[in-house]
Design a protein around this ligand. Sequence first.
Ligand code: T46
Length: 177
Amino acid sequence: MIITPTAIEGVAHLDIDPHRDERGFFARSYCPQELADAGYDFNLSQANVSYNARKGTLRGLHYQAAPTPDPKIVRCERGSIWDVALDLRPHSNTYLQWTGAELSEANGRAQIIPAGCAHGFISLEDDSQVLYLMGAAYVADLARGVRWNDPAFSIDWPLMPEVIGDRDANYPNFEVT
Ligand SMILES: Cc1cn([C@H]2C[C@H](O)[C@@H](COP(=O)(O)OP(=O)(O)O[C@H]3O[C@H](C)C(=O)[C@H](O)[C@H]3O)O2)c(=O)[nH]c1=O
């Protein structure tokens, strides 16, 4: 695996290093030891998948509140998405800053989202499927979210959402601490 830090502390790109032969390729896509050696403590608790039928489907931005924040590693297994990590850690040097990356079946890239960051994406084509490796189990009562177009963050999405859930569309403005 090839791990490349981004400008947001703890957010990194995780690229596969494929072993190619006449059959195609084989690649390691998740390894807690390699991640720990690179400074990313992540132990798999749960895996989720979402199917996004139409281009312009926006999910998020979500995070889980203390005491069970949910780090995640996000990979687009079919189609393509633009994936956003938003720093909501008040003591972070990049508080309220965000980073985005194209994740796709073609580029095989995943994004590491640490605890304390919100996560969201917008699909860039129809029939996009997303795999979420979760570093914490889901706790419904701790599920939180912020709105994709909240002026506190000014996230520069590559396209306007065509499909978005009511909950995601109606989060109140974030209260900056
Ligand atoms: C995660 C989870 C969800 N659910 C239920 C709760 C909801 O009734 C329904 C949809 O869950 P959610 O609203 O979290 O799904 P999305 O809005 O697509 O959010 C997802 O996409 C954004 C971008 C993320 O980053 C979240 O981690 C991820 O959950 O499944 C469960 O029953 N078990 C679970 O483990």
